[in-house]
Design a protein around this ligand. Structure first.
Ligand SMILES: C[S@@+](CC[C@H](N)C(=O)[O-])C[C@H]1O[C@@H](n2cnc3c(N)ncnc32)[C@H](O)[C@@H]1O
Length: 247
């Protein structure tokens, strides 16, 4: 991923730094990750139900301020938060400390071909990250990173934005013919891949995953932008919730 994009992500977290050690911020990041938590719980109970949380190594990929990780660390899981933003991870560390929770934070670009976490995980959670990776080669590199970091019985779980026929594109953005959403900064930056759900299914299969769950959500399952909450649901992206494993 290019350094401009990493910088943009990092800058987006700077306003939250002043909220450090703030209970309101912790409450907010935990609340906003409840939807994903529900999915993770469902998969854990169904496929890893015989294992206690304390036995599980979990990584939240693109975790940002790591709301989901706070929930999972509280349950006793051994949690690693991975993000390319140092600022987000720093805020997460503060939130974890104020909650007396232990988590590991790793600042990493998961699309880098040499990205490595030096251990494998029972649950790798895509925390709304995959749709942030727009270019095909970077998506392939990320999915290969995931494969290499899953235990043989592990699951890759996540929730990702997908395309629908008619979509609202806010001013300052454009959607190209490959469903890449660009945003105008000083240059145009490829910000999101709002792929088609059937193509996403193929992408997972072609990347060597076995698909256990693949649910299409006609409604937008998570709020990317507070302004979107005011808009009719049928012109917002839909989403897919998935659970994959190694064959
Ligand atoms: C859409 S945000 C999601 C944040 C949070 N998990 C949530 O659900 O609200 C995507 C996150 O992924 C991080 N990110 C984007 N590209 C990345 C990459 N190539 N490697 C690691 N982290 C990345 C961003 O810094 C950001 O925190």
């Amino acid at each position: 991923m290019d350094s401009t994009l990493i910088e943009l992500y990092d800058q987006a977290y700077i306003p939250y730094q002043s909220h450090r050690l703030n209970l309101e911020l912790r409450e907010r990041v935990e609340r906003e990750s409840r939807g994903l938590l529900q999915l993770v719980d469902e998969i854990k109970n169904k496929f890893l139900g015989d294992r206690d949380w304390s036995e599980l190594h979990v990584a939240e990929l693109g975790g940002g301020m790591g709301g989901l990780s706070l929930h999972l660390a509280r349950r006793g899981a051994q949690v690693t938060v991975v993000d390319c933003s140092k600022t987000a991870l720093d805020i997460h560390r503060q939130l974890a400390q104020m909650s007396h929770l232990e988590t590991e934070q790793v600042c990493l670009d998961v699309t880098h071909p040499e990205a490595n976490l030096s251990k494998k995980f029972d649950l790798l959670i895509d925390s709304h990250l995959l749709h942030c990776i727009a270019r095909p080669a970077e998506r392939a590199s990320y999915l290969s990173f995931v494969r290499e970091h899953l235990t043989p019985t592990g699951f890759f779980v996540g929730e990702s934005m997908v395309h629908r026929k008619k979509m609202f594109i806010p001013p300052g953005y454009r959607l190209d013919e490959d469903n890449i959403l660009w945003q105008k900064f000083s240059d145009w930056i490829p910000l999101r891949k709002i792929t088609d759900s059937l193509l996403l299914e193929d992408e997972f299969k072609n990347s060597g995953f076995f698909i256990n769950y693949f649910f299409y959500y006609a409604n937008f399952a998570f709020a990317v932008n507070q302004d979107f909450l005011e808009l009719p649901g049928d012109i917002l992206p839909a989403s897919v919730r998935f659970a994959l494993r190694l064959p």
